[in-house]
Ligand binder design. Structure first.
Ligand SMILES: C[S@@+](CC[C@H](N)C(=O)[O-])C[C@H]1O[C@@H](n2cnc3c(N)ncnc32)[C@H](O)[C@@H]1O
Length: 342
């Protein structure tokens, strides 16, 4: 076993009020074990006065690939005596990562938290190898303007979203079209009403993106589809039992600063109680759901209780990912898995 040190992305400390090294360590503990990299013995260590996440592994290429998809890993080094040997981290990205970073708007879930939540959710699923990229299906049932969906696209997934706020989905639609054009990526784009029994029941965005013309010719595209609807109606738009992962940053239930008033339209505990059965039904057997929430408006036990009621098994992460965001938000997350069946 060799020992490695990871430097934490500097901006992550702003996002997590100084908790970034601890959170990255907790994430890597979960993801390295899920990939079968052995006991990583992850800990936070100061090297030359700077926090590093130190861990052990006997498979350097796989560790480097895992670090490349970690939420806040800036640089990876192998520890050799007192010296650090740089190890390149392959990033499992299908497109340029400005797809996730370029949009700035009030209410955006920060990118590092989105990656952390996505990673620990995939780690709990029956297909943890998707941590290193691959063709999975991910649904964000409260997708806003698509931070999770964009991360999923970067990782090579097909992405599905639902949001009740039509302005958010339309802004996302415009962003995707502009982004694909700017990068000269072959794509198809449609935003249209969904009609049932001669009535418009929703609007729906469907985009297919191709990395280049050859991929388009071969029909090797990635799709992103978003329905403007209440999240409880997800099964009306996307295939039930098909999602490898459901990842969502729930409404925070606060109406100040960067958080929007319409988040208060339904209490967070009511939203989770109403929606959990339909979310659970969207998962394939072995698929996992990960939800982040404000502990000041929603208790971990409430989320876990709804998961269990919907037949899911809660991942044993406890509160290791809890962290303070500001005076009105302490964020935590719950991950649960749909049993793979006999
Ligand atoms: C914390 S925000 C998610 C932000 C998103 N991750 C992003 O980066 O753009 C929560 C989202 O939940 C949506 N929402 C609230 N209640 C909903 C419901 N009943 N059905 C669908 N979406 C809902 C809100 O419109 C809001 O966009």
């Amino acid at each position: 076993m060799s020992e490695y040190a990871l430097l934490v992305t500097p901006s992550a400390n702003r996002v997590y009020s100084g908790d970034a090294p601890r959170l990255l360590a907790a994430e890597l503990d979960v993801t390295a074990r899920a990939l079968g990299l052995g006991d990583p013995s992850v800990r936070v260590v100061q090297l030359a006065g700077i926090d590093h996440v130190v861990l052990r592994a006997d498979d350097e290429p796989r560790l480097a690939a895992l670090a490349g998809s970690a939420s806040a890993a800036y640089a990876l080094y192998a520890r050799e005596g007192d010296l650090l040997r740089p190890v390149p981290m392959p990033r499992p990205v299908a497109f340029t990562d400005d797809l996730v970073t370029i949009q700035k708007y009030t209410g955006k879930t920060n990118e590092q938290l989105t990656a952390l939540l996505t990673n620990v959710t995939i780690a709990a699923s029956a297909r943890p190898h998707l941590l290193l990229g691959g063709r999975g299906r991910l649904l964000d049932p409260v997708c806003g303007r698509g931070t999770t969906l964009n991360l999923a696209l970067l990782r090579g997934f097909d992405a599905f979203g639902v949001d009740v706020d039509r302005r958010d989905v339309e802004a996302y639609s415009t962003f995707l079209k502009t982004w694909a054009r700017t990068h000269r990526l072959p794509h198809t784009h449609s935003y249209a009403p969904v009609r049932r029994h001669k009535k418009t029941i929703a609007h729906r965005l469907d985009v297919e993106l191709f990395v280049d013309r050859a991929a388009q010719k071969a029909g090797r595209g990635q799709s992103v589809s978003v329905a403007v609807a209440d999240t409880t109606a997800a099964s009306q738009f996307f295939t039930v039992g098909s999602m490898d992962a459901i990842v969502g940053d729930l409404p925070y239930g606060v109406a100040h600063g960067s958080h929007r008033g319409h988040d208060l339209s339904r209490r967070a505990d009511e939203l989770v109680a109403d929606a959990m059965p339909s979310w659970a039904a969207m998962l394939r057997p072995g698929g996992a759901i990960g939800l982040s929430f404000n502990t000041k408006t929603l208790r971990r036990e409430q989320v876990e209780g709804q998961c269990i009621r919907a037949g899911l098994a809660v991942a044993p992460y406890g509160d290791v990912f809890e962290h303070r965001v500001d005076s009105s938000i302490t964020r935590d997350l719950v991950v649960a898995v749909r049993p793979a069946g006999p």
